[in-house]
Every structure is written in structure tokens, then in C-alpha cells.
Write a protein that binds this ligand. Structure first.
Ligand SMILES: Cc1ncc(COP(=O)(O)O)c(C=O)c1O
Length: 430
């Protein structure tokens, strides 16, 4: 049980603030203290159970025994820095690369999504000999200085880099064919203009970097041909296409292993993080052999912890569990069920938009029924009410007005029912 605060015994929250600072973010008005997890369920310090419909880090389920055993067995055997031969990392690299397009045949491991994206940008700058970056105007890709200067989806004190240009990711949700076509044309014209701007300023184009599910943007539904047109233009300007699979990867889409497979364009570089190690810090940057060889010839590049045998054991166990437990077909089926049930539950409710997303990732946008303006306050009330009711979800979108429902892949049909029943009740009571 959480202890009440007295001058002698400060609460955990007070001790956290006194050590990690008052701005280290926490979810919910009343922060949640978690003590344990199993599958898609979490237990709080007060002994209450929560259905986890938010977290993609415990990808194959909280405290999965196969991952825990793989990590602890390897930890008892040996934990090395990466500059020794060890079969664990090579076995894992082979298994991971086997899930990707044959041109994506080399991997550099890291410890986080931020590191993966930082290396990807470095590689793109190296290959293109340009420095210009094209980013979505509402996105987040990590904590490094380069990424802070290219962050548009949350606050950073760093100014936008002079070499960064932003594009508005088109969202055709709710539009008819003609309006979608117009949106496609104007969005690609915007791409042309930012490329010209980067070239005129002398930066050229090093890369475009985006999340293929456009999660931070609120699960934007891009018009058919947009991503292909964007990538074609970037490549014609000498730049590379970096797909950030930190949220969209590892079977999140259910029928596909990678979000970028939704489009007819194979990335030059793929970055990964969150779900890779089921909680063990692990990231990766994947590219082709020619790029890594050229980069390696001019850069003595290594990363002490990255791809160590313990991390590799965790990552490999995740891939194994995904196969053993058929998590991708389950995500496809349960994701379709989730979106179908959600759509039925909110059909006709004023101010609640069409259910969006793909695979086991769903969102719903709230707007003011009178003005049509984004309604983050209602989305927030729903998230807080769900929390009180024992279900964890969150918000995304440029105004934080879209519900974010992105459970571990181990989510079952029965869990969908629990979530939809509670959400319908809360929305009906709004
Ligand atoms: C799409 C995307 N890329 C990169 C990152 C950064 O990953 P990390 O926090 O592991 O550095 C995040 C984190 O939220 C993310 O959502």
C-alpha cells in the first residue's frame, strides 16, 4: 500500500520529484504505481488490476517467462561488451534480418529508438553528402540533440535546425475520393517546395524520417500514393528514406511484420526500439551492406552495450515467442475485432470520429460537435475515466484529441470486450 506523506516519510511521488525532478513525465492526474505485471494485466501498489491497452514495450506480454528466462540465463553465463565474438548476437541478427526485405541486410544494434534514429541520420548524411532533413510537422523520434532540433510533436527548448523542413502529413479520414485526390496533390506539392527550399539553402536532402503509422500525428490515414510519391521525390534529390518502426514495427500491423510494408517503397534505413526486447533496452538501425561497409570504412563505430549477449537473448526470445504464440495473426484478428467493436460502440455519437488505425493499434478523434474543433478535454476525460475503471489508454494527435489504444500484442478477444464495454459506457455518459 502507498504510504501517506508526513514530513518524516515522504511519498514515493515526493521522493521521485526530489530525485528525478518535477518535470519527469508521469501518466494520469493521480500517477499510477505499478508493482507487477503478467500478460496484459498490471497490478498497482494498492492491489488494483489494470488492463494494459497502452504499452507496446511489453510486446509479447508483461513478465513473459520465455524472455525473463533467456535474459537471466544469459546474465548468469556471460554479459560482454560487443567487441568479442559471441554467437548470441549473430544468431539474433540473422533472425531479425530474415524478417526484412533482402536489401535490408545489415544491422547495427543500439539501446533505444533515439540512438537508432541518430545513427540513421548520420548514415543518411554520410551517404547523401547532404544535411537537410524532412520531418513531419507533428512528430517525435527521440532525445538526441539532432532529434531535439527536429522535434515537432512535443516541447523542446532547442530551435528547429536550419537544415530541417517540415511537412504536414495528409489525413484523408472522412474525405471523399475527390477531396482525397486534391489533398494528395497539395501534399506532394508541399514536398516539392521543401526540397527546393533545402536545396536553395545549400543543405540538400539527406533524408526523410517518419513513422509509417503516423502514430504521434494521430494515426493519420494518408492518401494512397502519398508515401510512394514522397519517397520518390526525396530519392530524386539524393536523400534516403528512413522508416522509424519504433511504434509500427514487430507485427503491430498484424498482417505485416513492419509498418513500412504498408507502402510500395522499401526504406533505405529502418530504425527500431521499444518492443524489441520486451522491456530490455534494445534498438537497431537496419540498412544495406554497401552503406554499412562504406560508413564503417570511414568511422570506427561501436556501441558498448548494444547487441550484447543479454540484450540479444531478450530480442531473440521476443521473435521466438511471436512465432510460438502466433502473435501476428492474433494481432490481426483481435485488432480487426477491436476496431469493429469500437466503431459499433461509437456509431452516431456526436463529436466522436471514425475509428482509425491498423492492426492492434486504434484511435478515435474527439471534436466539439458544434464547432468541429479538436476536443482534447473530452479525450482527456475519457482517458482518466478509463484509468479509474482499470483500463490504461492514452492520447495522441496534434491537439492530443485522439485516443491511443495500442496494447501488447498478447491482447485477447476477451480483453477487447472488457475495453470496449468500459469505453462505450464512459462515452455514453459524456
Ligand atoms: C516513433 C518513435 N521514435 C523514436 C522514439 C524514441 O525512442 P526511445 O525513447 O527508445 O529513445 C519514440 C519514443 O516514444 C517514438 O515513439
Amino acid at each position: 500500500m502507498p504510504v501517506a506523506s508526513t514530513p518524516e516519510t515522504p511519498t514515493l511521488l515526493e521522493r521521485r520529484r526530489a530525485t528525478l525532478g518535477s518535470h519527469s513525465p508521469l501518466f494520469y492526474n493521480t500517477p499510477l504505481e505499478i508493482v507487477s505485471g503478467k500478460g496484459v494485466w498490471l497490478r498497482s501498489a494498492e492491489g488494483k488490476r489494470y488492463l494494459d491497452a497502452y504499452n507496446n514495450v511489453p510486446h509479447v506480454g508483461h513478465a513473459h517467462p520465455a524472455v525473463a528466462n533467456a535474459v537471466s540465463q544469459q546474465m548468469r553465463k556471460v554479459a560482454l561488451n560487443t567487441r568479442y565474438l559471441n554467437d548470441r548476437v549473430v544468431n539474433y541478427a540473422e533472425a531479425l534480418l530474415a524478417t526484412l526485405h533482402p536489401t535490408l541486410n545489415r544491422v547495427s544494434f543500439g539501446n533505444s529508438g533515439s540512438e537508432a534514429n541518430e545513427l540513421a541520420i548520420r548514415l543518411a548524411r554520410f551517404k547523401s553528402r547532404n544535411t537537410g532533413l524532412i520531418m513531419s510537422d507533428y512528430s517525435y523520434h527521440g532525445t538526441t540533440l539532432t532529434l531535439a532540433q527536429a522535434t515537432t510533436g512535443l516541447t523542446t527548448s532547442e530551435a528547429m535546425g536550419e537544415n530541417v523542413r517540415t511537412i504536414r502529413i495528409p489525413d484523408s479520414t472522412g474525405l471523399d475520393n475527390a477531396a482525397t485526390e486534391r489533398l494528395l496533390a497539395s501534399s506532394l506539392a508541399e514536398v516539392d517546395s521543401v526540397i527546393t527550399s533545402l536545396q536553395n539553402a545549400g543543405f540538400g536532402v539527406a533524408a526523410v524520417l517518419f513513422d509509417p503509422l503516423f502514430s504521434t500525428e494521430g494515426l493519420a490515414k494518408v492518401p494512397a500514393g502519398y508515401v510512394e510519391g514522397l519517397v520518390k521525390r526525396v530519392r530524386e534529390a539524393g536523400g534516403l528514406y528512413i522508416a522509424d518502426e519504433v511504434q509500427s514495427g514487430f507485427g503491430r500491423v498484424g498482417r505485416l511484420m513492419w509498418g513500412h510494408e504498408l507502402f510500395d517503397a522499401v526504406p533505405d534505413i529502418v530504425t527500431m526500439g521499444k518492443p524489441m526486447g520486451n522491456g530490455h533496452p534494445l534498438g537497431a538501425t537496419v540498412m544495406n551492406a554497401e552503406l554499412l561497409e562504406a560508413f564503417g570504412a570511414e568511422n570506427m563505430f561501436f556501441n558498448t552495450f548494444a547487441g550484447n549477449p543479454v540484450s540479444s537473448a531478450a530480442g531473440h526470445a521476443v521473435l521466438q515467442v511471436m512465432t510460438d504464440e502466433q502473435l501476428m495473426p492474433r494481432a490481426a484478428a483481435n485488432g480487426a475485432l477491436l476496431r469493429r467493436e469500437l466503431s459499433g460502440a461509437v456509431a452516431g455519437v456526436a463529436g466522436v470520429g471514425e475509428v482509425r488505425g491498423d492492426g492492434l493499434f486504434a484511435g478515435m478523434r474527439f471534436t466539439d460537435p458544434e464547432t468541429g474543433e479538436a476536443d482534447p478535454a473530452t479525450a482527456k476525460r475519457v482517458v482518466e475515466s478509463m484509468y479509474r475503471d482499470g483500463v490504461l489508454i492514452s492520447r495522441i494527435g496534434r491537439n492530443d484529441e485522439v485516443l491511443k489504444i495500442r496494447p501488447p500484442l498478447a491482447f485477447e478477444a476477451g480483453d477487447v470486450e472488457v475495453l470496449v464495454t468500459k469505453l462505450s459506457r464512459i462515452i455514453a455518459a459524456l
